[in-house]
Design a protein around this ligand. Sequence first.
Ligand code: ZN
Ligand code: ZN
Length: 349
Amino acid sequence: MNVWGYWKCPYCGETVRADHKDCPKCGTSIPNDVRFFMDTSKPIEYVDKEQENNEANWLCSYCRTQNPTQAEVCENCGAKKSDALGSYQPDPEPITPEPKPNPRPRQRRQREPEPVRKRSIIKALIFPMIMLAAILIYSWYIKPVDREGEVISFGWQQEIGVEEYNTYRENGWNVPSGGTVVSSNREVRSYKQVLDHYETKTKKVAKKVKDGYDVKYKDMGNGQYKEVKTPRYKTVYENKTYKEPVYRKEPVYDTKYYYDIDKWKETDVLRTSADDHEPKWAETDLPEKVDSPKYGDKRQGSRRGTYWVVIKDDKGHEQKLERSLDEWKDLKEGDKVKYQTHRYSDDPL
Ligand SMILES: [Zn+2]
Ligand SMILES: [Zn+2]
């Protein structure tokens, strides 16, 4: 829809509606070089549909009168439109009417959302960035570092397991071959998550809703202004309910077997140790192998050992470092050994 613009009488200063060619107060005619304007202090006056005109006036090349586009000859001197000098240059920028004190302050509403959005983006990024920095610092901090020390002494400990052949009571979800089931029982083997019920919860959801229009007036170059409405939106928050599943832990039962089984089992150890570089196994009369054993028979079981060096670190502290037997054997007093520690501690890993 178009609304009427105005012109100012150059003689008496009256504001005259654009469809009047003469000043109603003093009779002065509309000047040839007239510039139309909107008078936002006056109530808006709409142009009748049949009078609506969206094309700029043309300027007569002889008398410079402004003529509406539908006039084929100058309304003042009869010169042809095809000889026109040009046309009225409308204002390029649409006019925004002055905000009225009521019903609401439009300007503020329009400008506010942007800084708020920017601030919330920054807010949303701060936490992940702090987390990332914390993770990086932490992983640097706990990353092991290499250090070097000098071997000053040795130590070792060796064990021979002592195994006894007997009937042992064991239990399990399966019975191994040779086992004799004594009893069985339904017992909890594991747990599974089972859907128990749904819980109704509410959350706030942002929603954009229409909040009236922003109105601007575009100069048509003939005394009329086109009313351009753009819808304005605002964000409102609504409570929305949703269902969230709640799970419970449910036990899974299975049959557990209690059985007796005849076998070799470690019941004791023969231990030797010393702070020197010459490891020795314990002396024993126990056989390594027993054919067709009887209950209560004993034999040698597995052999294992731990071997360490005592080093002096770069701060002069003594540290104990465990090494494999082969590595340990080759070390000599005064050798440099590398080991790993943390940044925050002197203790070897
Ligand atoms: Zn006048
Ligand atoms: Zn003319």
